[in-house]
Every structure is written in C-alpha cells, then in structure tokens.
Ligand binder design. Structure first.
Ligand code: F6R
Length: 612
C-alpha cells in the first residue's frame, strides 16, 4: 500500500527519504517519487518500479535539499505510470497522499473550471491544486491546508511542502496512518514508523483529524484550528529488529521466528501452569457479562478468527460468529447487547476492519447497547488498539514479508489465551482442561522447532508443484481454516491457483477437479476427525489425485504410490492448527522460490491494506 516519508532538517535529507522508502517497500507499491525544495525550486524525480530506480535517478540528478517529501504508490486511481506517481505538484506546492479522496471528481471539475490543468489520473492531484488555489487568498501554508481539508471526503494522510515556506512541512491525518518522528534539530513524518528508525526512535502518533506543522525545532498539532498536545513515545528497541539476517527472504526468517514469537506471546499471559492475574485484568468485568463473541477480520487474520470460533464454542461453550470485515461493514448487522466484538489484525490499520469496528461502535451507541470491543493486534501503536476497549498484543515483532506467517500463528496463540481467560472468568472451563492447554502451550515452541526440521523434506515435495497450475488443500475441524490459509499462502506468493476446502465438502463439488494432474494437500493431525479424513483421502486416490499429506507421526498414514507424507510431531489436538501452519507456509515458500516469484513482495499485493 502507499507509503509516505518526509522531513525538515538542516542537512540534505534526500538520502533519508530514499532509505525511508526502501524500508516501506515491504508494504507493496508500483512506483515511487521524491520532491525536495532547493533554493526556491521544487526538485522532483519519479520512477515506475522499484525504489532502486528512483534512488539511481536522485543520485544522477544530484537532488538535495533540507525539506522534502517522498512516496511509494500502490495504484488505485490510474495506472502505475510516472505521471501518476507522487509527489504531485501545482505551482509552488508539492503533495504526497495516502488513501482515497472519494469526492475528487467533483473537486476536479471545479478546479478545471478555474483553469487548472491535470497531468495525472489520480485522485491525489486535486489536493495540490486546491492548496495552490487557496494560497491566492491565504497568506500561509498551514492556514491554506486547514481551509481546504474540510472539502476532502474519504481517508487520507498528506505531506505538503511549498517553495515560499522552505522550513515548513505540513501534514494531515484523516483515516490513514501517519506518525511524526522527532529528531534533534530535525523532524520527520511517515506512514510507518519503521521508515524512520534510522533517524529516530522517538515518535508522536497523530490522531484522526490532526493537522501538524513541522519545522526543524518545533512540532505543533492542531485540531479544528486549536493547538493540542500529543505525547512523544520512545520506541522499544526490539521493534527496530527488522533485517533479513542470514535468510534469503524475510518470509523464511519470519517462518523460523515462530517458536520464539509464540514463546513471547504466551509468556505475557501465563505464569507456570496458570493464567497470570494481570492478564487482561481490565477486561474481566466485561468478560463476565458477555453472552457471545463476534469476530471481524480480513484475509489471514480472518482464518485465525475461524479457528477461534471452534475454540470459543468447543472449549467454553460461548456462541461465536466470525465474518470478513469487507462484508460485515456493509451488511447492516444487528448489534446485540453483551457481545464482545473482536477485531483481529496484524497491522491494526486495515481499512475494512477499522471501518467495521467504528461502524459497530456508532450503531451500539445509537441503540444504547452495551457492547465491548477488543483488538488482537501486532502493532501496539495502531489505530485499532487505540480505538478498542481492550487489546491483546501478539508479540511477533515486525513482519515484513507480505504473506503473513508469524503474525498468524501468534494471533492463534493469543486467541487461545483469550478463550482460556474468558472461560476462566465465566467458570466455563474445567481446571483440568485449562491446565492441559496451558501445558500444551508451553510445549508449543519446542514442537514448532521440531516441525521446522521438516524443511528439507518439504523442499523436496515442493519441486513437484512447480509446473502445476492448480492445487487443493483439505482439512477438517480446525484444520479447515488451515486448508484455506495454505491455499491463500500458495496463491499469493507462487501465483498457483489454489483452493482450500473442508474435506467433507469434497464430494459436493470439488471432487470433479481431481485428476492425475491435481495435487491435493491434506492436513492430518491426530484428532477425532482423522478416520473421516482418511476416507476423504481415499476418494481423492480413487480419482487419480496425487496426495501430499502433512500427518501426525502416529496417524498410521504411510507413504505409498502417489501419496507423499511428511510427518509432524504429535501435539494436543486443540493446538494442532498452530503446528500445521508451518508445513503449509514452508511448502508455499519453496514453491514460490522455485518459480522465481518475488516472495516478500508478491505482485499486486500490499502488506497493510489501508484503503478499501
Ligand atoms: C495474507 C495476508 C493478508 C492479511 C490481510 C489483513 O498473507 O497477510 O490476507 O491478513 O490483509 O491484514 P491485517 O491482519 O493487517 O488486518
């Protein structure tokens, strides 16, 4: 998704801007650009493709300046071309924009009537022209921005510079993330703090509706024209630990980080074989009251929610619904009192999930309905955490690969902890089951480490997928969402068409697809569904399908002709989906590498989907 970096300093900051853009590459983009102010001129370079192309252009043109803005664009309005890349310039003003200006067509028509010429197909260009026009009757940049912002409908974060104000950077946050990096004698902006870690670890998090004026020495934040104070927070050193290290790709590193990430996530909640007293302590009153759970999420996070539904119902007898946010938000769902709304999001900035949350809160307030909201999220400073009543952090550390891996498994661990906590508060879980699961959770990092030992076997299997065009993933119970997740991982990074199914659904349609050329991946832990799953495997074999089975070492499933088996260590069946995530992640990774795709930044995708 689009990324913003900007800064005002005494030194030349073009290298800071380019380095910042490189750090945003993981979010997904298709073009990039930079503009600095130098001796009263705007110097701008834009390039389609990688930031490296832009870096080369900036070097060749010897672009330098102490005030500047930069952007990576993920096309929404208009193709990825140089003309559509940001910054957009109008007269003496240059603008970068993340998000969508929904009413840009109307604004564009009125600007054309005023004589403005548009050089791009973007919605963003209207902002530059609006500010230029406003400055014909307004004396300073900040006031001009404050005056035009009410005209913009939609979600946006903006970075704005002007040649007549060579020491001012103006920024706006309205529905799209934006953070200020506080330096010494220099200040910066970005849509993601990771971009600014080389220059500072002190951050000011803007709130929706904030407009800020940055100079080298001062940051002033305004809401409705009045100054407000926003605290400065120092970032935990571990958050900055985001390099590939010895690994070829971030995704592989992140797959291997899972035992440690799970250990971190469970340690915040467990003390020996009991839940810590202080774990989610502030939510206990709400947990005692709730009668049902509604989970809202997108993509991989939605798959985590699907698994949690099984757990809420099976383990603590609490009704639970789960829905993708992009549907939920437009469906006029009935708000029911005493419901716990759980938003699951790695980034905490996903536009659809945030909109569903906000809409739910508004409807509940209008009906005087007593609900509670909780975020399961990997970013402590995210909008979702700020806007929910309670939160549960997944301590996965930064996830850079677009395909979610450790963020997913830590979400599962966190959700299991949430189920246990609510079960305990409501006296819906026996002491024995509680202890069994806690013991199994502590054991999990070791089981994950052992499962990772299968990497070479899975690499060998992946060679058999390279020439395939389609693939099926099958599982039952909590392995059904893992089948969906395996199919999502494979398609998003290897571009092989893949479908996940509940194995019981096979004969209701997908079996028609099975022939000699169809690989079928089976998830077969030692659970109460194993015998039924074995029957489904026979249905596939009888139609000539080739089976790739990730099976419990005691499942009795043997290697055979056209039946490849990778054995997975035994785990308490209630935690099996966490363990069986690893083989499907590794399979997708190796297939993608062998097919030569861009594993960490697959085509057309973005890490944090901050537009609808
Ligand atoms: C796939 C993937 C996406 C995200 C989805 C939601 O590997 O990562 O499907 O899960 O875009 O993102 P978050 O969790 O940030 O809300």
């Amino acid at each position: 998704m689009c990324g913003i970096v900007g800064g005002v300093a005494e030194r030349n900051i073009s290298h800071v801007l380019i380095e910042g853009l490189k750090r945003l590459e993981y979010r997904g983009y298709d073009s990039a650009g930079v503009a600095v102010i130098d001796h009263g001129d705007i110097l701008r370079e834009r390039r389609v493709g990688k930031v490296a192309n832009l870096a080369e252009a900036v070097e060749q043109a010897e672009i330098s300046g102490s005030l500047g803005i930069a952007h990576t664009r993920w096309a929404t309005h208009g193709k990825p071309t140089e003309a559509n890349a940001h910054p957009h310039v109008s007269g003496k003003v240059a603008v970068v924009h993340n998000g969508i200006i929904e009413n840009y067509q109307d604004i564009k028509q009125s600007l054309i009537a005023l004589g403005y010429h548009f050089s791009s197909q973007t919605d963003s260009e209207v902002v530059a022209h609006l500010i230029d026009h406003q400055l014909k009757t307004t004396a300073d940049l900040l006031t001009a921005v404050q005056q035009i912002v009410p005209q913009l409908k939609g979600a946006y974060a903006l970075g704005i510079i002007h040649t007549d104000f060579p020491d001012q950077l103006v920024t706006v946050r309205e529905g799209s993330p934006l953070v200020i990096g506080v330096g010494i004698g220099e200040n910066f902006i970005s849509s993601d703090q990771l971009a600014l870690l080389p220059v500072t670890n002190r951050f000011m998090y803007l709130e929706e509706g904030d407009i800020a004026l940055l100079t080298r020495d001062h940051i002033t934040v305004f809401v409705d024209g009045q100054t407000v104070q926003r605290p400065i927070k120092e970032l935990d050193a571990t958050v900055s630990n985001a390099s590939k290290g010895e690994y070829k790709h971030y995704m592989l590193k992140e797959i291997y980080e899972q035992p440690e990430a799970i250990q971190q996530t469970i340690s915040q909640a467990l003390n020996g074989n009991v839940l810590r007293e202080d774990f989610l302590a502030s939510a206990v009153v709400d947990f005692a009251r709730i009668q049902q759970v509604q989970i809202i999420a997108c993509g991989t996070s939605y798959h985590a929610g699907m698994i949690a539904k099984y757990w809420f119902e099976q383990l603590i007898d609490l009704p639970c619904q789960v829905e993708i946010a992009s549907e939920y938000r437009y469906r006029s769902p009935v708000i029911v009192a005493d419901t716990l709304y759980v938003c699951i999001s790695q980034s905490g900035e996903t536009a659809d999930t945030l909109a569903a949350l906000r809409d739910t809160q508004k409807r509940a307030a209008a009906k005087h309905c007593n609900i509670s909201t909780l975020a399961v999220c990997n970013v402590a400073t995210s909008s979702m955490i700020r806007e929910t009543d309670h939160h549960l952090l997944t301590l996965a550390g930064p996830e850079i690969g677009v395909a979610s891996t450790k963020a997913f498994t830590t979400q599962l661990a966190a959700l299991m902890l949430l189920v246990l906590k609510i079960g305990q508060v409501k006296h819906n879980i026996s002491a024995q089951v509680l202890t069994e699961i806690i013991v199994a959770l502590w054991h999990l990092p070791k089981v994950l480490t052992d499962t990772l030992q299968n990497d070479r076997n899975i690499l060998a299997l992946s060679t058999l997928f390279v020439e395939k065009n389609h693939c099926l993933f099958l599982g039952r119970g909590t392995e059904f969402p893992i089948a969906l997740e395996g199919a999502l991982k494979l398609k998003e990074i290897s571009y092989i068409h893949a479908e996940g199914y509940a194995a019981g659904e096979l004969k209701h349609g997908p079996l028609a697809l099975v022939d000699n050329d169809m690989p079928v991946v089976i998830l077969a832990p030692q659970d109460h569904m194993l015998d039924k799953l074995k029957s489904n495997m026979e249905e596939v074999q009888a139609r000539g399908g080739e089976l790739f089975v990730f099976a419990d070492e005691h499942s009795g499933i043997q290697k055979a002709d056209r039946q490849h088996v990778v054995y997975v260590p035994t785990i308490d069946e209630r935690l099996a989906p966490i363990v069986y995530s690893i083989p499907v992640q590794l399979l997708s990774y190796h297939v993608a590498v062998l097919r030569g795709t861009d594993v960490d930044q697959p085509r057309n995708l973005a890490k944090s989907v901050t537009v609808e």
